[in-house]
Design a binder for this molecule. Sequence first.
Ligand code: MG
Length: 305
Amino acid sequence: MAPLPACIACIDPRFADLVLFNAELELLAEGFRWLEGPVWFGDHHCLLFSDIPNNRTLRWSEQHGVTVFRQPSDFANGQTRDLQGRLIQCHHRSRCLTRLEHDGSSTVLVDRARGQRLNAPNDVVVKRDGSIWFSDPLYGLLNDYEGGRQTSEQPPALYRLDPDTGVAEAVATDFDGPNGLAFSPDERLLYVAESGAPGVAEPRQCIRRFVVGDDGFSLSGGEEFARISPGWADGFRVDEHGNLWCGAADGVHCLSPEGVLLGKVLVPHRVSNLCFGDRFGSRLFLCASTALYALFTNTRGATDR
Ligand code: MG
């Protein structure tokens, strides 16, 4: 077998099938503050991502490099696309989710739940039935760096938003800090990062796994699936085989569907979040603190399009 690039740490032999011997980690751009929220737009062949402290949404393409997509972004964090390809963004400052319409206007999808204002929506994913699932931890309210200090009106929770009714129902409330989330390829499982209560000596930090009921929205389980160390779980994606690719303090950790650490992509900066993209959905884009990296892999994202 050909030696793997220096950026690849193979822990389980299965990882060698998911990476390429001749694909190195690429630095695409740097000079940002804190990157998050990558989402691939295959029809525009570009990546959108959030530079939260700089209050802007950026766009990267092979042709044009990095350009400003939207500034101010209202301190946008997590992003995804709905079934019509429209951009959905989580906003810290205005404590809401918005949808960018095809005519360029913006619609607030939700800013309240359980009779109170949301905290600071962090990350979001759309299920194949069109429902929008998002996390609402406290993090974005706690300091001025990521949107301005504000007062929380309710505990953290995980929500399912019906875009037809505009109603967000809490589907899990026993979270200290719900963060990144992703469904398994068959959408029978939902993984959610628990990043823990802020300011606590030993916060509960792990990825939790829920079973999605036959009704498509009720959750059971929620046990600890895996821990990310060093660091803690934030954003992640699932590939076509059901493996989880998770941001970590030392790069990216790849976990099997059983929760076994298969290997790592070593990155010089902490990776907060990532997504698959490019022509075949097999290139990983990494939001790594002040820099944007990419790596071609030998697998494909389950959902990025
Ligand atoms: Mg996050």
